[in-house]
Design a protein around this ligand. Structure first.
Ligand SMILES: Nc1ncnc2c1ncn2[C@@H]1O[C@H](COP(=O)(O)OP(=O)(O)OP(=O)(O)O)[C@@H](O)[C@H]1O
Ligand SMILES: Nc1ncnc2c1ncn2[C@@H]1O[C@H](COP(=O)(O)OP(=O)(O)OP(=O)(O)O)[C@@H](O)[C@H]1O
Lengths: 217, 217
């Protein structure tokens, strides 16, 4: 299995380590705090207490054999930047680092981070878009004004065909897929009737998705 | 315009307030720190310094006229829970609160939060899935093993038709949409040829998306 090292077990690092372990990866996790290490030992291959910027410690844990490194600390810029640098010096082919600001992200890229993530910033954008359409459960931006949204089958959808919903809405929008239980119906026909419990994946402008979901013209 | 109050201007609160302001909402932001309030005055309608759990302060800012309230503090459970309670007592119809753990989330729901978000946990899940397929830019989970992924047009896709890519991949997977510049091509025909700069929205099992993106059987 691919080997992944996660440095920093805050909310983000813990979630990443736990999900990777569930997907079958071999995960080594390092944190400076005793409690975080003790909690993690239940869902990673190896949990070690120590400083992620300490190259000797990382070598002693054979971290240089990892396929991916994840630097998941946010509060201290110094720890984040030094840990990223050390992982690249150890020769890890793909290093992901979490950034707290654009400037922090730029710094990480310049010292060799292969991917920079902004968990809180992205969550804020997603929430703001989903407030525009209260029913949206999830959203992938495509352009500044269009996106792909996941919507539950709302009461005024159930029992209607897609053709009827499109006619009512009269908007540039399309239902790309319907999830019905564990079945995925992609490119559904216009005659498909929406059932209770369906989930719809739509694409279109934010305004069109908003009007479609709220049953407005 | 709909009125929204945001309490707490950390990374998440700032991103939410900034995006909402950009979408045309009237945003009031409150933070206990002077610097956060000064920084926010450039991208919100009103920025005020003070304690989000102080009901008199919120009334003096006419917060009870808001359509949505967002509690964006994470470190202190007490501040998060009390601010959520105060917003519901003021009669705000939709209150979103950020939670740092499942238990915190449950507590918020029981005292009346209409929506609970877990920015760091969700970002960890998304990152873990995207590491399975390095090229995934974004991901919406559909079932525990399937999802919708956004992928750039990879070098081995460009110039090929979807039919050829499906034949090579031989997997249960479908391309729901292609974004080409500002144009969205939904339910693309099999003869559609992928161009440089396209972005693909795919649906299928994680394993199928992984094999498709990495050009493996
Ligand atoms: N030098 C270091 N080496 C290893 N672990 C560290 C180091 N510095 C901090 N940590 C750990 O990293 C974790 C997350 O760090 P921090 O609090 O800086 O980030 P955060 O952005 O608040 O995290 P999150 O939002 O994911 O909860 C903490 O558990 C902390 O103990
Ligand atoms: N009682 C309060 N009233 C108003 N603002 C507050 C209060 N307590 C904390 N804040 C502010 O909320 C912001 C975010 O708080 P906190 O650090 O608790 O959360 P966080 O989860 O680390 O944030 P993020 O991950 O979004 O950066 C900070 O700017 C802080 O000044």
């Amino acid at each position: 299995a691919e080997r992944i090292v996660v440095i920093g077990l805050g909310r983000f690092g813990t979630s990443t380590a736990r999900t990777l372990h569930g997907l079958g990866y071999e995960v080594t996790a390092i944190d400076i705090g005793e409690k975080q290490v003790a909690d993690a030992s239940g869902f990673v291959t190896l949990a070690a207490q120590g400083d992620g910027t300490d190259e000797d410690l990382l070598r002693s844990l054979h971290v240089e054999q990892s396929d991916v490194g994840i630097v998941a600390q946010g509060e201290s810029l110094e720890a984040s930047v030094l840990a990223t640098l050390v992982l690249k010096r150890l020769g890890i082919p793909w290093v992901v680092a979490k950034a707290a600001s654009d400037l922090h992200g730029e710094l990480l890229r310049r010292i060799g981070a292969d991917q920079v993530v902004f968990p809180e910033r992205d969550a804020g954008t997603r929430l703001a878009h989903s407030l525009a359409v209260r029913q949206i459960n999830d959203y992938i931006p495509l352009t500044p004004t269009t996106g792909v949204a996941k919507l539950p089958a709302l009461p005024h959808f159930v029992g209607h065909t897609l053709a009827a919903l499109y006619r009512d809405a009269n908007l540039p929008l399309s239902v790309l897929l319907i999830r019905r239980g564990q079945t995925l119906i992609s490119a559904p026909a216009d005659e498909e009737r929406i059932q209770v419990g369906d989930e719809l994946i739509l694409a279109g402008s934010d305004r069109a998705i908003d009007a479609f979901a709220n049953g407005r013209e």
